[in-house]
Structure formats: structure tokens, C-alpha cells
Write a protein that binds this ligand. Structure first.
Ligand SMILES: [Zn+2]
Length: 129
């Protein structure tokens, strides 16, 4: 909100300010937002064009920080679920640094057949007590 205001993108600043007000900010911040709404409301025009659609749900690419609009192709980190643009397939996730982006990872699977029968009975006894 403040950055768009400093860039004289008053229309965008208005939109961000309204959304911020809906979140119920603290009193001093509410006062600042209302001042900004008043100033921007007098001239609701953007001086610079931005690649941002106010009404579409978005994700942010964890590598390039570009917007990924809903419905556009995206890939995810199988470990933490961070979103990436398709060209970053195969890189190490920049968020968790654990998994390869776009790879399928089934994770750890535990089956009762992996353990000897006596361990399962011991576990069941613990659960009952
Ligand atoms: Zn990750």
C-alpha cells in the first residue's frame, strides 16, 4: 500500500488500503489508512502499469517472485507445497531446501507388515493402557 502510494499508483493504493481495512488493523494504522484513502480518492489513477489483477486469486513463484494466476501452469515442491513457474522444474526448493521442485515424492510409508508381530502386540497393549 505504501509503496504503491509512493509510486503514485493511487488506484492500486486505494485497493490495497480497502483490503487492509477489512482485516481490522490497529487504531493508529486505521487512521493512516483513512488518510491514504482520502488522498488517493481525489485522484484514483495509476501512474505506472503493474502486472497485477486485483480480482484474480494469485500465488507467488518462490524462485522468481512473479505472480502465478489461478489456472496458469504451476508446479509445486512435494515437501512444503511452495509454488513455482514450470521453467523451474527440477531445481532444489528455495523455501525448504529439501525436495526437488516438480518431482513426485510419496514420502515415508509405514506398514504394520514391516515390523515383527511381537512389536505390534506390544504397541497395541500400550494403546489400551
Ligand atoms: Zn519445498
Amino acid at each position: 500500500m505504501n509503496l504503491t502510494f509512493k509510486l503514485k499508483n493511487y488506484k492500486s493504493a486505494l485497493s490495497f488500503a480497502r483490503r487492509l481495512l477489512e482485516l481490522g488493523p490497529l487504531a493508529d494504522m486505521t487512521q493512516q489508512i483513512r488518510k491514504l484513502l482520502q488522498v488517493c480518492g481525489e485522484n484514483p489513477v495509476d501512474e505506472h502499469t503493474m502486472e497485477y489483477n486485483d480480482h484474480a486469486p494469485i500465488l507467488i513463484c518462490a524462485k522468481s517472485y512473479e505472480l502465478i494466476y489461478k489456472g496458469n501452469p504451476e508446479i509445486k515442491c512435494p515437501f512444503c507445497g511452495a509454488s513455482y513457474m514450470p521453467q523451474f522444474s527440477g531445481i532444489l526448493c528455495t523455501v525448504c531446501t529439501v525436495a526437488e521442485v516438480g518431482n513426485d515424492a510419496k514420502g515415508l510409508r509405514i506398514s504394520p507388515f514391516q515390523f515383527p508381530k511381537s512389536n505390534i502386540l506390544f504397541h497395541l497393549q500400550l494403546v489400551r493402557n
